[in-house]
Design a protein around this ligand. Structure first.
Ligand SMILES: Cc1cc2nc3c(=O)[nH]c(=O)nc-3n(C[C@H](O)[C@H](O)[C@H](O)COP(=O)(O)OP(=O)(O)OC[C@H]3O[C@@H](n4cnc5c(N)ncnc54)[C@H](O)[C@@H]3O)c2cc1C
Ligand code: FES
Length: 263
């Protein structure tokens, strides 16, 4: 983990309220893994301190290794002051970024069929996971859920070998309903599953897992309000049912097994 200034290569709105920023990163990111994140300073610091002061946690969306640099993407929803500031950065601007941070997904590469589930912007870290798994010979199905078509990641940006299932609550794209339904259908095919999205989604997926395929594992990538990102402030503390005490999402996670979370 280190703090560095990364140069903006590109920054565009990709779909709905979701933007994609590409950064030129250093060699420290070569060993990063899917599910890891960064704390991005999302404010100007001309007055001495950035405003807003606290960094914003962002997952690594994709990582491309070049001979002399690393191209790193962040897929982000514009929801407030920090992400609005981020959406206004232009190529050539520098971003202060601390990372890579946290413990990401831990796929078992002796298994073959991998099922990925993203709720809303939770799709962001799963895109790189899908690249990473297909590079290693796994078969990948990715379920993307959103309220409507405006929240669904463009299928054409995925590897062609990834099976993509979109689900919208209003039925404007793909199946109408929630991600739990295709998850239930695909669980008997899958050997291991991975999810990122809101907490109620993890809980619903975990209860389907217990019902259909209790011998398999669901790895959940948690979100929490984070002030530091590296284990000092305790703003991200959670109390999983089976952990025997407190866990910090930033350093123990963000990946926590659904059995640890819910029993
Ligand atoms: C490990 C981790 C990885 C993340 N990866 C991504 C990512 O790849 N792309 C992305 O768009 N977002 C991601 N987030 C969420 C992102 O950090 C917040 O959306 C961001 O901090 C909002 O900043 P803001 O200043 O724009 O919004 P604020 O003005 O701070 O808040 C705007 C709204 O967003 C809500 N919010 C703020 N922070 C969070 C949070 N951490 N979790 C849930 N809701 C929040 C607030 O309650 C409020 O309703 C991640 C969060 C974590 C903890
Ligand atoms: S964000 Fe500070 S301890 Fe986790």
């Amino acid at each position: 983990m280190n703090k560095s200034n990364l140069i903006v290569l590109d920054n565009v709105r990709l779909y709905g309220t979701t933007h994609l920023i590409w950064l030129q990163a250093g060699n420290g990111y070569r060993s990063a893994l899917p599910g890891q994140f960064m704390m991005v300073t999302c404010g100007d610091s001309e007055a001495g301190y950035p405003d807003p002061l606290l960094g914003r946690a962002m997952s690594i969306y994709r990582l491309e290794l070049h001979d002399d640099y690393v191209r790193l993407g962040i897929l982000y929803d514009v929801v407030g002051v920090g992400t609005r500031w981020l959406s206004k950065r232009s190529p050539g601007d520098a971003l202060e970024v601390l990372g890579p941070l946290g413990n990401g997904f831990k796929p078992d590469l002796s298994l073959r069929n991998m099922l990925l589930v993203g709720g809303g912007i939770g799709i962001a870290p799963l895109i790189w996971l899908s690249d990473w798994l297909t590079d290693r010979g796994a078969a990948v199905a990715l379920i993307a859920g959103a309220r409507s078509i405006q929240g669904i990641f463009p299928k054409e940006l995925l590897r062609p070998e990834v099976e993509f299932i979109s689900v919208t609550e209003d039925g404007t794209l793909g199946q109408k309903g929630l991600v739990t339904e295709p998850y239930r259908q695909l669980l008997s095919w899958s050997d291991q599953s991975f999810a990122c999205g809101p907490d109620p989604m993890f809980e619903a997926l975990h209860s389907v897992l217990l019902d259909v395929s209790p011998s398999t594992e669901l790895q959940a990538l948690l979100e929490a309000r984070m002030a530091c990102g590296f284990g000092v402030c305790y703003s991200c503390a959670v109390f999983p049912k089976n952990a025997g005490g407190v866990k910090l999402v930033c350093t123990d996670g963000p990946m926590i097994n659904s059995r640890t979370l819910y029993g």
